[in-house]
Ligand binder design. Structure first.
Ligand code: TRP
Length: 345
């Protein structure tokens, strides 16, 4: 039984704690199970859906994302771990085109993540943006093991906001298979236990565009400054005021990143007014810096490593699979034209 993992991230900047909690932590755990061949896609083409006028940002971010991958413990020197650069896999573009012929446009417009993103956009969306879930389906399904065996599946570990896209990919696989015969494997989303991390400002999501992030590569000093400015319960003005930890991002971070020693009693002490926000924040700075220290150290080492070579060898392996899949796709869609090459025809 072949087990493959395919997942990806758009290189638009350095990665932050939200990426760690929502995705990277789970990726590292799955890597360490040693049961899967894992493909971590740096989705530079998909990054163009929002950054087409900022190509140098993407260029820089590709390197930063790979450094962040290594910093959190993903290891491209293992034989089963591959870092893949999306634009180096032309088969993805080809498969996207074929998929775009069978996917009703209404499915793209109805995709909940697309809808939410459109609502925040102030210009007319591009064609590329509108069909990015179709191209994301190609990213995933290209890694099908062919021919698909009943027990094989593709696992796609992602943050919660990506789930509609993975379901879309599973539907596209079904649509294709119904039309042209069994070609693509089932794919399944896997969402981490913690899911989404609130921003430092208390907003629902940590996101660079909201400027409420702590980056994995931030220095101890950066972290201290950001934590000092973090949003806290507005009703807790003085130390002795009773707080509402459930609504406080500082408390939430303590819960996720702290140890039993640093976390226990915190809820009660905040609620009863025994613990002030300044002290609570000081401890959080320590907690976060303890968590980030080994990540920072690995990143420093990674900066000396051959990032480009990792991407080349990972992408080579991806293309080997991609070419195999595309042979099957062309055959299924009668695009291999055996009749043209028939002897004496
Ligand atoms: N859309 C994902 C994001 O914004 C990135 C991505 C591209 C992806 N291709 C993928 C995720 C395939 C999972 C599978 O982070």
């Amino acid at each position: 039984m072949a087990k493959r993992i395919l997942t990806g991230i758009r290189p638009t900047g350095k990665l932050h704690l939200g990426h760690y909690v929502g995705a990277l932590k789970m990726w590292k755990e799955l890597q360490d199970q040693n049961e899967y061949e894992c493909f971590f896609l740096v989705a530079d083409v998909q990054a163009l859906t929002t950054h087409v006028d900022r190509p140098s940002v993407i260029e820089e971010a590709v390197r930063e994302v790979v450094l962040d991958f290594i910093a959190v413990g993903l290891d491209p020197t293992k034989p089963n771990i591959h870092f893949v650069l999306q634009s180096w896999v032309p088969e993805l573009t080809e498969l996207t085109t074929y998929f775009s012929m069978i996917v009703p446009f209404s499915r793209m417009e109805g995709n909940p993540t697309i809808k939410a993103e459109l609502a925040q956009m102030n210009s007319s969306p591009t064609v590329g943006f509108m069909i990015y879930p179709t191209s994301q389906a190609a990213d995933i399904l290209l890694f099908t093991t062919y021919p698909p065996q009943p027990n094989d599946y593709l696992l796609v570990p992602v943050g919660a906001d990506q789930v509609p896209h993975i379901e879309e990919a599973a539907d596209i696989a079904r649509m294709f298979n119904n039309r042209y015969g069994n070609t693509f494997l089932k794919c399944e989303a896997k969402v981490g236990l913690i899911g989404r991390l609130v921003g430092t400002d208390g907003q629902a999501k940590m996101s660079k565009s909201l400027s409420n992030v702590i980056q994995l590569s931030d220095t101890a000093d950066d972290v201290s400054k950001i934590v000092k400015k973090m949003f806290t319960d507005p009703e807790k003005i003085r130390k002795n005021d009773p707080g509402h930890p459930k609504e406080c991002p500082v408390y939430k971070y303590h819960k996720i990143f702290g140890s039993r020693k640093t976390f226990s009693g915190r809820y009660k002490d905040c609620k009863t007014g025994g613990l002030g926000c300044v002290e609570c924040k000081n401890t959080l700075t320590e907690v976060l810096n303890n968590f980030l220290d080994p990540i920072r150290q690995r990143r420093l080492i990674a900066e000396q490593e051959p990032i480009g070579d990792y991407l080349i060898s990972g992408t080579d392996r991806a293309r080997e699979i991609a070419q195999n899949t595309m042979d099957a796709v062309r055959k299924a869609m009668h695009l291999d034209y055996p009749s043209i090459f028939k002897k004496g025809g």
